[in-house]
Design a protein around this ligand. Structure first.
Ligand code: MN
Length: 751
């Protein structure tokens, strides 16, 4: 498809826009720099010639937009603009990385290489997508700018997501929620993070998105009048004190309003901190920026009373993504809480544009100390360099690290060591040296002896105690959060386990031979249930480790196997064990077994329809917004709620399994779904009776389990029910709410 004259005009206009942005940001200082950028534009334009995006636009518009985001919204420089313009050239056209290296520089070529997506088609392999992410993240260790351009690329793709089919939208938004939003947060790209979240919501929950947007618009005039009244006295006092400042008002993002509504289960009208005002001022050389921020805080709180528990000082200790500001919430006119943020121009630049601005100011200052962002990057590099065998596991660990802040602890000599929040003695020990971690048996924390699993607090002084014969244990995995420690422990356990399996197999073989029995599948099937092992490796390794002694082998081999199989199944189904009941009087628990199997089964309208099952993680019921995910092994379609964390993770890691068709709830069939309800209230005689009568008699709903505890005159607990859809569930909840004594009742959302 040749470009039309209109296309050419569009391209020329976009290119002009990029040049304007570069000029404004002073990206190109010399004439050579301009030629460099222009050469990149011409090459990209030539390479993508005649190609269009799904939206119909000439393809070259996309790299130009990404370059514009890099300059205007992130504040990156010339090399990044060039790399952004070329970011899809190697992936989609004939040009190679070597060509880029020849025409530009090896540095640009390596950036473009990092930006080049993984080639080839996706197979039905979940680890493949995770490998792709790993590759994305690997670029972090070469050059952080590459990952920032990747985020800019993602932002533009999200802005133009409307042209994509629904299953692609789910895949792309899942990846965005799973990885790009946390990365943008971690790199301090606040504005981009917020926009990405809003865009994800817009495509996943279009109705809810529109409704909140409409409500924000509807209250606009009212809000602006209020803010004007709120700000007037602040301006007066700041003017009097000769501050140079600007005040802006910001409404919370649609996504964060929605999130708060869901989290607190409140309507839009009750989200009280709907808006915030921001005071950005030009700091004088003296006194310190910090002092000046507190002076402004003091001016504001002379007028409005602050809410004591809502003061956030991110100046004394900046957030680990570099964010600095002073936040407080004050009582404005008419009893409305208003958040007030105070920042200097420098802090504001960092808050808006994140990483790039952060580095700019950092290099300008004399101090070269590591800060939170540096330390995090260093840890990411460590994690990436360690040979994580399982990409999925690596990714989950990495993702967890994105939102964590840091603590600082000290060695016995007083040297500071920073660790992620939630780190234990073991994390600290492994951070110092693998050998120290492997042989740790305890620690002196502030001169007191504590176990290795103890969590550390900022300021602790820690001395690890080791013993030559101590070794890592499997339980340690629950006590560590750094990938370095986790990896070292896993490596050790794996070696140990392999040794044990081999040793255990030999041991068993020898002992069987003593009884003239050959080690065979039949014998193993007999022994595994007897020793409560689920597979032969477990059996061997337990024998090898001495957990299973083979003293009674003789007896076992002779015994009839039927009893042991029963024992085996008992192990797998804990409910059959008949566990001791708790001594709570009000604790009743019953099961309606007839309902458990058939009624939870899928909603299938035609006999040739694919098999559906409801996901256990989020228990969707008719009326919920759902997405289908085809289990690659069984081919069964698992139906998840759109909000389900597990779904987001699956879709991000292997989005090709998202079912293309939208799943509709069928109306005809009366099928039941499991839903869990949580409730609490003031205890009185008969309240449980009223409750069960309402559910089983009035509503004819089957209960699967009920678990209510009563203490100090308060009862609380959960009820699992089989309901037909969300309408009947909501009707039931409304009625339960009216039972005397019931205070709160809601559907338990597993996500
Ligand atoms: Mn792209």
């Amino acid at each position: 498809m040749k470009y039309t004259p209109e296309d050419e005009i569009l391209i020329e206009e976009k290119w002009q826009e990029l040049q304007d942005e570069c000029r404004k940001a002073k990206v190109c200082k010399r004439e050579d720099d301009w030629l460099f950028v222009k050469r990149a534009f011409l090459l990209a334009k030539e390479a993508h010639k005649g190609v269009r995006r799904r939206s119909g636009e000439p393809y070259i518009i996309h790299p130009i937009e990404v370059a514009i985001i890099a300059v205007r919204e992130i504040g990156l420089g010339k090399k990044s603009v060039v790399a952004a313009l070329l970011h899809d050239v190697v992936e989609d056209t004939e040009y190679t990385v070597e060509d880029i290296s020849r025409i530009f520089t090896p540095k640009i070529a390596s950036m473009v290489d990092g930006l080049t997506k993984m080639a080839g088609v996706y197979k039905n392999d979940t680890t493949e997508q995770a490998e792709y992410f790993r590759k994305v993240l690997l670029t972090l260790s070469d050059d952080v700018r590459v990952i920032i351009i990747k985020i800019a690329d993602r932002l533009h793709n999200m802005r133009t997501l409307g042209a994509m089919p629904r299953n692609k939208q789910i895949k792309i938004t899942s990846e965005t929620i799973y990885l790009f939003v946390p990365l943008a947060y971690r790199l301090g790209l606040h504005a981009i993070k917020t926009e990405l979240e809003d865009l994800c919501m817009k495509y996943r929950f279009p109705e809810e998105y529109e409704e909140i947007r409409r409500k924000i618009d509807a209250t606009k005039t009212e809000r602006e009048e209020y803010i004007a009244r709120f700000i007037a006295p602040i301006r007066e006092v700041l003017d009097r004190n000769k501050f140079q400042y600007e005040i802006s008002a910001r409404v919370k993002s649609i996504y964060s309003i929605w999130n708060k509504m869901r989290r607190k289960e409140i309507p839009f009208e009750e989200v009280y901190d709907l808006f915030a005002i921001r005071i950005v001022f030009k700091a004088l050389p003296f006194p310190s920026e910090k002092t000046q921020c507190w002076q402004i805080y003091s001016c504001v709180t002379d007028i409005y009373t602050p809410k004591p528990d809502r003061l956030r000082d991110w100046i004394s200790i900046p957030k680990s993504n570099g964010y600095e500001a002073l936040h407080s919430t004050v009582m404005g006119p008419e009893g409305t809480w208003v958040e007030v943020q105070v920042r200097t121009e420098r802090m504001n630049d960092i808050a808006e544009r994140g990483f790039a601005a952060h580095w700019k100011y950092k290099h300008a200052s004399i101090t070269q100390e590591e800060d939170g962002l540096d330390r995090w990057l260093k840890r990411v590099r460590d994690a990436l360099n360690s040979p994580a065998e399982n990409a999925l596991e690596f990714l989950d660990n990495f993702k967890l690290s994105l939102y964590k802040s840091d603590i600082v602890v000290f060695t016995p000599k007083g040297e500071p060591q920073s660790l992620p929040y939630g780190a234990s003695v073991l994390d600290f020990a492994y951070e110092i040296h693998t050998k120290i971690g492997d042989h740790a048996i305890g620690a002196k924390i502030n001169h007191r002896i504590m176990p290795v699993t103890t969590l550390l607090n900022s300021g602790d002084q820690v001395e690890v105690i080791t013993a030559e014969n101590a070794h890592p244990k499997a339980e340690w995995l629950d006590a560590v959060i750094t990938s370095k420690a986790r990896q070292a422990i896993q490596d050790h356990l794996k070696r140990e386990r392999e040794d044990n399996i081999n040793y255990g197999m030999e041991l068993l073989r020898t002992r069987l031979e003593e009884h003239n029995v050959l080690l065979s599948g039949r014998v193993l099937r007999k022994l595994m249930p007897a020793y409560e092992c689920r597979n032969k490796d477990e059996l061997y390794s337990k024998i090898g480790a001495g957990i299973i002694s083979l003293d009674n082998l003789d007896k076992l081999l002779k015994e009839n196997s039927s009893r042991k199989i029963l024992k085996f199944w008992k192990l797998l189904i804990p409910g059959m064990e008949g566990e001791a009941q708790s001594d709570d009087v009000d604790d009743i628990d019953f099961e309606d077994d007839s309902a458990t199997l058939d009624d939870t089964l899928p909603d299938v309208s035609r006999s040739d329809a694919p098999e559906f099952v409801m996901a256990e993680c989020c228990e969707p019921i008719p009326g919920d917004n759902v997405v289908g995910y085809r289990d690659p092994k069984s081919g069964v379609i698992v139906v998840h709620k759109s909000t389900c964390d597990t779904l987001i993770r699956l879709a991000a890691q292997s989005g090709e399994n998202i079912v293309k068709e939208e799943i509709k709830w069928s109306q005809q069939k009366a099928v039941s779904y499991l839903a869990t309800v949580e409730l609490s209230g003031v205890d009185r005689p008969g309240v449980l009776l009223d409750l069960t009568r309402l559910i089983t008699t009035d509503f004819s709903i089957n209960m699967r389990a009920m678990n209510i505890h009563s203490h100090d005159g308060i009862f609380e607990g959960t009820i699992s029910l089989y309901v037909q859809d969300i309408v009947s569930l909501n009707a039931l909840l409304d009625n339960i709410r009216h039972i005397k004594g019931v205070d709160r009742v809601k559907r338990l959302l597993n996500t």
